[in-house]
Write a protein that binds this ligand. Structure first.
Ligand SMILES: [Zn+2]
Length: 168
């Protein structure tokens, strides 16, 4: 079943449980699951393709000055949403389902769940009720927004430090 009948997609590549599709109108790639997932289920194990001290739009932050490219590479096509359905657990190095995900859904994660300060901020148009608008990284989230999301252990430690500073 196609949940987005108004959007035309072109198949780019197939990867076992998922496929990369490109939105014809704007050239944007996205990753869609070919099977359903239960909350907490591990969708894929990943590893660091490369490690660098500077983030790019393709990297995932795993520590202070430590940013990795994803292996398998097709995971880089998981886009941002303010209502994510997956989470990159950078401690266990696993992509996990945050909620029940039905076959054919686009997989999306919350960029600030792993990114403290993004090099390229962007305006989100996910259209969800809780859309945060400008996405700049976890460092810039309101206290209220912080309560709504799951964060990596690294980002949680950053948030704790930031909270300590405010009290002091
Ligand atoms: Zn949004």
């Amino acid at each position: 079943m196609d949940s987005t009948p108004t959007t035309a997609w072109r198949l780019v590549s197939h990867h076992g449980f998922a496929e990369v599709k490109q939105q014809i109108t704007n050239g944007q790639n996205a990753l869609f699951t070919l099977r359903g997932w239960q909350p907490g289920e591990v969708i894929a194990d990943f590893s660091a393709g490369s490690i660098s001290s500077e983030p790019t739009y393709l990297t995932v932050q795993v520590g202070e000055d430590k940013h990795i490219t994803l292996q398998p590479e097709f995971l880089q096509y998981i886009n941002h949403s303010c209502e994510p359905n997956v989470f990159f657990d950078t401690t266990r190095m696993q992509l996990v389902a945050l909620k029940e995900i039905s076959t054919g859904s686009e997989l999306a994660f919350f960029y600030p769940s792993s990114e403290w300060e993004m090099t390229q901020s962007f305006q989100c148009y996910c259209g969800k009720a809780g859309c945060l608008g400008e996405i700049r990284g976890a460092a810039f989230l309101s206290n209220e927004a912080v309560t709504r999301y799951r964060f990596t252990d690294f980002i949680q430690s950053c948030l704790a430090k930031k909270a300590d500073k405010k009290v002091a």
